[in-house]
Write a protein that binds this ligand. Sequence first.
Ligand SMILES: [Cu+2]
Length: 174
Amino acid sequence: MHLSRPTAVSLAMVLALSTLGGCKEGAKPQARTEATATGEAPAGVTISAARLVLPAVRNNPGAAYFTVTNNSSGTKAISAISINGAAKTEMHQTVGIEMNSVDRVDIAPGTSIAFEPGKFHVMAFDLDSGLRPGGQTTLTVQFADGGKAQSSMTVEAAGAAADAGAMHDMGAMH
Ligand SMILES: [Cu+2]
């Protein structure tokens, strides 16, 4: 999806997606994910507030939210996300009422990027049935320079995250 579409068409797109019962997968799925962190966490990079919101309807994608802070002296580029128990992930950016698939997210030195409802988010596909509300899993953030940073992430039921998970299931913005 692209930004140039007129609003009326965009709305039609969202409605079309909602009839499909889920968030549409991007045209460029990333490789199957493995949350085995072999790389070193980049110095000065930290992850906080990581959570995975389960879909209200089984087999729909979940949504992952977290904050990455870059206290190093250079820009860090997030290139991929892995979540234990999710076969595949995509980074998305919500713009207006649309969402776009993004390949990388740059974090300038001394700043943070929040993946949160209405902004950047990660969609997690083909979730393992062992992921239960109240549980924990592991988030791995991969950087373009080859480094990886990991964090534990809490698993939440769709309703526990206010409207974020529910809106995801409807294919609306999130
Ligand atoms: Cu999305």
